[in-house]
Write a new protein. Structure first.
Length: 226
């Protein structure tokens, strides 16, 4: 019911306002919202720091739910910051490793075909140490490049993670996205679990509390927020 009402409201607002999503702060929040949005400075900081992940932040509401920004309090900023940092590092590291491994594989194939030009360039740092150079030459020439266990073959690239919606639901963080892989899925699950013990308002140690709206709060903010 909640998601259906959200969709209806967004469609109506889109027709009614005709405004770009950059004017999100002028629009009404979702009907069932708890009233908390991350402040604009933190919102902008995350988008600037992780432009690939939040590339849809300012798209129209008929294209993405990220038009609403970060639908939770400021207290979860550090959780999202660390999550996005680990996600982007994992993706970028795979790209860098693949570029390095592709260069290595090309060098091995060239050497095994009898051309040592790429080999000499790759191990230029050992040019004055014939013993070391001979060691690597033997290793390269014996490498089973077509073998299943040849670990230097480039791996499958990880699709870029793009955030589709970030919100609080039932007291914890929800990070909806596309792309990634199983490792990144585990990162997201961990971040969402961490939000269950982190005050949504200030980031201090908190716990999930019931009431009119289930939220994760510290003792101090529980008195005024629940």
């Amino acid at each position: 019911m909640e998601d259906d009402l959200h969709r209806v409201q967004r469609c109506l607002l889109n027709i009614w306002t005709g405004k770009p999503v950059g004017d999100r702060y002028l629009l009404l929040p979702p009907i069932f919202d708890n009233g908390e949005f991350m402040n604009k400075e933190l919102d902008d900081a995350l988008c600037a720091k992780y432009p690939k992940i939040f590339v849809e932040r300012n798209l129209p509401m008929n294209q993405t739910c990220m038009c609403w920004g970060f639908d939770h309090g400021d207290g979860w900023y550090n959780i999202i910051d660390m999550l996005c940092s680990n996600i982007q590092h994992t993706i970028d590291q795979r790209i860098e490793n693949n570029e390095r491994d592709a260069k290595y594989v090309a060098m091995v194939r060239s050497a095994q075909s009898g051309d040592l030009t790429l080999f000499n360039d790759y191990y230029h740092w050992a040019a004055n140490n014939e013993k070391t150079l001979e060691h690597y030459r033997d290793e390269v020439l014996k490498a089973d490049i077509g073998g299943v266990e040849f670990w230097r073959m480039p791996k499958e690239e990880i699709p870029q993670v793009v955030a589709e919606q970030i919100k609080e639901k039932y007291g914890t963080l929800r990070f909806y996205y596309r792309g990634g892989n199983e490792k990144i899925s585990g990162m997201v699950e961990m971040a969402e679990s961490m939000s269950g013990v982190t005050c949504e308002v200030c980031g201090s140690v908190g716990k999930t509390r019931g009431g009119g709206w289930v939220r994760t709060l510290c003792d101090e903010h529980a008195e005024s927020k629940v």
